[in-house]
Design a protein around this ligand. Sequence first.
Ligand code: FE2
Ligand code: FE2
Length: 467
Amino acid sequence: MSEGVSLLGSMYAAVRALQIYPPGNDAVLGAIAECDELAKAVCTAEGGLSIWTAGHHLYVNDLRIRLDLSDYATVAAFRELIETHGIGRITVDPGVRSEDWTVFLGLLAPARTEETDAPARLLEIQEQLAQAEVTHITLAPPLPLFETGEAESSAARRTYAVSVNALKDLMSNPVMGAAIAGRRAERTVLGIVDQVLADKMSMLGMLTLRDYDDHTYVHSVNVAILSVALGEFVGFDHQQLFELGFAALFHDIGKVFIANNLLNKKGWLNDEEWRQMAQHPDFGFLMLFNVSGFPEPPYRAMIAVYEHHMKVDLSGYPRVIRRRRQGLFAKIIAIVESYDAAISEFNKEFVPASPHDVIRQLRQAEEGTYDPVLVKAFINLMGLYPVGTLVILDTGELAVVVSRSTEPDALGFPIVRLISDPTGKRLGDGPIVDLMHPDPRPGAPQRSIARSADPRRYGIKVSDFVA
Ligand SMILES: [Fe+2]
Ligand SMILES: [Fe+2]
């Protein structure tokens, strides 16, 4: 998207001009006008605009800006510039005015060095934007998931970052009746489907990247990944995977109408709070009536969104009077979404369960909650020790599961990465061992899993070894 590069170029030019000239100067006005025009063009074409960083990369909406030699200096300089101001994400809505650009870009003009406190600087800028009543440009810090700064992230990581970001945009317009940008949604879902089909284990590994600040978006992307993986496992074709992925990605979109303090509440909900929370499937259903760019509303997804908390025996919500059957998509989403919720750190107080324990709980769930055939399929897909589980081997070594076994029946014998020796000494990036196929040489260790363990007790971040 050369428009994206041009936009970044004009933003950077405007900042440079503002470093030298007062805001009324022709060079400044010209750069601001260009910037305003390009931003509006992108907003109209894509239903919104966000410029964001992931590691060393810069994205405009879903597209990573490819650096030609001619643009390299500008784009790299722009990325560094916003980074020194603590900005990881600039969201622009279609109502943006040229005055907004002048104020915002003016705030980026003072030279800064990287050592100064970037998060504090971001707060300062946000305050100044609020004072100047700039509401069409909003800023956020870098996504904590992706601040690792690797030069080249894996394809799975890239798809994951793009999806979380897209969902953030797609879910950030909480006006009933506002259209959801269908094209962008479609692109996001296809990205997930294709990446799951290309490399399922890497995508499942992304689930170890936990982030409670963006919980709803991360959860939605995780549920889409898991649903598509399970859909493929039970034999869905590409079109069905797309529809399922779409439903899964938006299963909780109705939550945009639930107050944040309720969504983030720690502990139990009272009756009234519960009643409000339980409305999100109805809201989601209604919202999906209004997806732009599709010839007709995504009916199958709408039904799945409506039914995802219904349970197979209909004892969940929304309550239904007439006898019906929970649909296949909703049954899949119900299983994978409770899996993701249980392993996630959605707030600082909640203790996430080990993936292994959650698999066990799913197996023992009360009859009528989940479809037992699909639960079985899900366990076959994930194995008893899903990717990201920290395990203690019978040799005393610690290991992290990096992949399900390649053998269909070897549910309890995944492929692991060793991370400590039997005395507990850390190995860093230790060797990968297939527990189903031990080293055949005489005297080589025969390893099996003794039990799963809580990574926080050992001070281990499993994502370091998986994602
Ligand atoms: Fe939900
Ligand atoms: Fe959910």
